[in-house]
Design a binder for this molecule. Sequence first.
Ligand SMILES: [Zn+2]
Length: 414
Amino acid sequence: MSTQLSTTIVACRVCESANIAPVLDLGRQPLANSLRRDQSEVLPTFPLIVCRCGDCGTIQLTETVAPEILFKEYVWVTGTSEGARNYSKIFCERLAARCEPGKLFVVEVASNDGTFLKRFVERGDRVLGVDPARNIAAMAERDGVPTVADFFGMDVARQIVERDGQADAVFARNVIPHVANANDVVAGMAHCLTDQGIGAIEFHRADVILEELHYDSIYHEHLYFHSLHSIRRMLDRFGLISFDVTTSPISGGSYVVYFSKTARPHTEAFITAVRAEEALGTGRAAPWEEFARRCERHRTALRSIVESKKAEGKRVVGYGASARSSTMLNYCGIDDRLLDVIVDRAPLKHDTYTPGTNVLIVPPERAFALNPDVVLLLAWNFRDEILAQIRAEHGWAGEVIVPLPGDPTTIEFA
Ligand SMILES: [Zn+2]
């Protein structure tokens, strides 16, 4: 059945070269966001394989799952994360600082609940969001952020320009890596932008994924693992010239690349980042082959830590039922035999079971009422925020297994 629900690429999605080779096989996995209330429901599984284009170097998944299946139940809302709300202010200031002075017309691709565009509204700018999730687009509208409920691409870009004119700034945060036809999104961004306008694309950095072993960021929704190298090549195809970069804490390490139709001098930050990436070899095959070997070693190490705690008779709970944790649990074979429950603060996830690994998701108070001995910190990229919450709200002490970045570690939390 699953074969009709997905297709396997025969050529690179960006440059159409047939020169693609597998890098890492994480096995067949269910969709990472397919939490279910009924334990007996059987979920389809799809190959989760990363490959590399030998021509343009883009790291991508071999499998494209049909978007109507992938985004059927989309529960993530930007505004729910405090980190995202704080970061939206910084993001807005940085983008506005690179634009012409004065009031701007700003378009956001996949604007979610409008958290980021609200910052521009506060500056007095005119804004327009585009997001395919109707319920979330309606939520943004109610909050004063005009939003088109549609998939952004060349068609929508034409409609925007006809009705509202070209934009002084266009940005897409963590969306380009999720769209099979990313070329159409970038073409639309180019169409929207004035000649002097500034575009920005934010993405989880492939060099950080590579170095810190973020294999948990590999799931079916995340089709590309971009580097500065591969993003620049993609932008070049549409006459967009990148010139600057800033870092962002989102996803445990992201880049925001700034570009324009008019060539501008490369900033120091940009030159340094490009050099650092070249030194690491993100664009070459060998570091990715080594990445695959390190992932296998990590799986063995993490699983044996959790198994040994369980063998000592300790009660282990997970923290964070995200798409990322789904990949890690499935790949490492950590399921309801090893974890009692998984804690998550999002009410929509409560009393559902994790896909493939069948662990019950509960609110924090229910998990800590079980007096766990060990917490497996699946949402390790929010480590400080979560540990502070556990301390303040539950007064819990015990062992915390931190799976990433790099090798898994265990800390005493008192
Ligand atoms: Zn390619």
